[in-house]
Design a protein around this ligand. Structure first.
Ligand SMILES: [Zn+2]
Ligand SMILES: [Zn+2]
Length: 319
């Protein structure tokens, strides 16, 4: 094979991988050099550039509220479903609702449920050890925030970490074609924007405007989620003496719907709630309680009594 042919086949494989994220990626050895794959990351980078489109499309109250609502709902899907359900099995549900949870998480464009859970389980097994791919202690702030997600070996779905999930063919499909749901969301957004422009022009919404604000919401959502890998292992307090650098940080809890109580979470990773003291707001936990009341999920994994007691004692000492 000549050098030109080899380059062409590499380029076409990368193009295929934008649509079929398993193509070629599953063969990459886990110990391959950690190097950013810029071409593979082009869609991710272009989404950041597309946010600048706001200069041309402007804003409307509807578009801003739409973006904020999409951020909040999809953050809850990441924290409640990708994190607490798929990664930690903090509660049980039916196979049908499990698929709904996977689609909701996938709409955040943070790859598929198996990819997300596989990498996160690895994080808990290797927390702040050299093999933890997003430890700020070992790899620095920028790498732990966003570099690792762009790195070639980390595109592989760690199927060996998620055998309990990989046996469902619908989850494997979503994971492999992880672009489908985000693309569908964008298409629906465009159609709704076009409809509002035609039938409710007083709102000042256009199809492109609503699409750009959805992209802005998605990009902010990326970085909101990423703070848990980077900042919540750097800034905040430590209630529990865990063998990692995890912290409790109220500001990060605010932007991540309760995931900022990350030291609590590393101490008790299977628990369905992360905020333990009464002032540790945890909207993800509140959402799970509602879903439990509706009968859609059950067997929420409790926080052990002695762990809750420790949180209460610490609160009494600090008041
Ligand atoms: Zn962590
Ligand atoms: Zn976790």
């Amino acid at each position: 094979m000549t050098a030109t042919t080899a380059t062409k086949s590499r380029l076409s494989l990368t193009l295929i991988r934008w649509f079929d994220s398993w193509a070629g990626a599953q063969d990459i050895p886990a110990d391959a050099p950690q190097k950013i794959d810029w071409f593979r990351c082009l869609p991710f980078l272009l989404m950041h550039v597309a946010c600048l489109g706001v200069v041309w499309v402007g804003w409307s109250w509807f578009a801003v509220i739409w973006a904020v609502a999409l951020y909040a709902l999809r953050m809850l899907a990441i924290t409640g479903f990708y994190h607490r359900y798929f990664s930690h099995k903090s509660f049980k549900t039916s196979r049908v609702f499990q698929f709904v949870l996977a689609v909701a998480g996938n709409s955040s464009a943070q790859r598929g449920p198996l990819w997300w859970a596989g990498h996160h389980r690895h994080h808990h097994q290797e927390s702040d050890q050299p093999d933890d791919v997003h430890s700020p202690k070992h790899h620095g702030l920028i790498w732990s925030h966003v570099g690792w997600i762009m790195s070639r070996p980390n595109f592989r779905t760690r199927l060996e970490k998620v055998p309990d999930l990989a046996r469902y063919k619908e989850l494997r499909f979503l994971d492999r074609f992880d672009i489908l749901v985000p693309a569908l969301l964008l298409a629906c957004t465009f159609a709704i924007g076009a409809g509002l422009a035609a039938w409710a022009p007083q709102l000042g919404v256009t199809a492109l405007q609503l699409t750009v604000w959805t992209v802005i919401s998605t990009v902010v959502l990326f970085h909101g989620t990423f703070t848990i890998n980077s900042l919540s292992h750097l800034f905040g307090s430590r209630r529990y003496d865990t063998p990692d650098t995890s912290r409790n940080n109220p500001l990060l809890a605010l932007i991540t719907m309760g995931e900022g109580w990350h030291n609590n979470h590393h101490h008790c990773p299977r628990a369905a709630r992360s905020g333990l003291a009464f002032y540790e707001y945890d909207p993800t936990w509140w959402m799970l309680l509602v879903l439990e009341k509706l009968g859609l999920i059950w067997d929420l994994h409790p926080v052990p009594a002695q762990v809750m007691e420790r949180a209460r004692i610490r609160r009494r000492r600090t008041v």
